[in-house]
Design a protein around this ligand. Structure first.
Ligand code: VGL
Ligand code: ZN
Length: 199
C-alpha cells in the first residue's frame, strides 16, 4: 500500500528565538506542526546533531565569521554560529512540539568534516543518511515536509526527496526561513522548478 509520511525538519531550540541560530518566527510554527503531526499516519523528525568543533561552525575557522562562505572538499559551505551541539539544550526539540508519535528521529550533521542540510544526503550530495531506503522499505512513496529552515534544511530535503522519486510537498505555513542573500526566493524557485508541491 502506498503510504505517506510527514517529515518535521529541525524544530529545535537553537533555530527558535533565543537560540544560537534563531530563525525569525521559528517558534510560531509549533502549533501548526502539532496539528500536522496529529493528522499524519507516519511522522519522522530530523534533528540537526553536530559534534563539538564541527566544520560548519565559524568558530572552527580562524579569521572567519558566521554567514561567510568557505570552500570545503565537497564545495561551498556557509559558516554558522555554533548550534545544535550533540546533547545540548539547543539541540533539543522545541518544548511544545508534540513529537511522541514520531516513528523515526533522523540525526544529521554528526560527522565533523561534513555538514548535512538535507535529510537524505550530506552536503557532498553523495553520502546517504539512509532515509530513502527506510522510506522505500516501509512502502512510503509520498512525503510532506515542514519545519526550519525553509531555505536550507527543508529545501535541500525536498529537492533530494523529489530527485529520489518521492511525491513531495512542502507546507510553507509550517516553515520559516533564514533568508541569507536572497536564499528564500532562490530556494523556493528551485523547489517549484524541481516539481515540489508548495502548499
Ligand atoms: C540548518 C543551517 C545550519 C537548518 C541547519 O536546519 O536549516 N541551517 N544547520
Ligand atoms: Zn546545522
Amino acid at each position: 500500500m502506498a503510504e505517506d509520511a510527514l517529515i518535521v525538519v529541525d524544530l529545535q531550540n537553537d533555530f527558535c528565538p533565543g537560540g544560537a541560530l534563531a530563525v525569525e518566527g521559528g517558534d510560531e510554527i509549533v502549533p501548526i506542526v502539532n496539528r500536522l503531526i496529529e493528522d499524519s499516519r507516519h511522522v519522522i523528525l530530523t534533528q540537526d546533531w553536530h559534534s563539538a568543533g564541527h566544520s560548519s561552525f565559524a568558530s572552527s575557522h580562524p579569521g572567519k565569521a558566521a554567514f561567510q562562505i568557505v570552500t570545503m572538499s565537497y564545495g561551498e559551505q556557509t559558516l554558522w554560529p555554533d548550534h545544535c551541539v550533540q546533547g545540548s539544550r539547543g539541540a533539543d526539540f522545541h518544548p511544545d512540539l508534540r513529537w511522541t508519535t514520531a516513528e523515526l528521529v533522523l540525526r544529521k550533521g554528526f560527522r565533523r568534516e561534513i555538514d548535512s542540510y538535507s535529510a537524505f544526503f550530506e552536503n557532498d550530495h553523495r553520502t546517504s543518511t539512509g532515509l530513502a531506503g527506510y522510506l522505500r522499505e516501509r512502502g512510503i512513496s509520498k512525503v510532506s515536509l515542514c519545519g526550519l529552515a525553509t531555505d536550507f534544511c527543508v529545501a535541500f530535503s525536498a529537492l533530494d526527496a523529489v530527485a529520489q522519486g518521492f511525491s513531495t510537498s512542502v507546507v510553507l505555513a509550517a516553515c520559516r526561513g533564514i533568508d541569507l542573500n536572497g536564499s528564500l526566493a532562490a530556494m523556493t524557485r528551485r523547489m517549484h522548478d524541481a516539481g515540489v508541491q508548495l502548499i
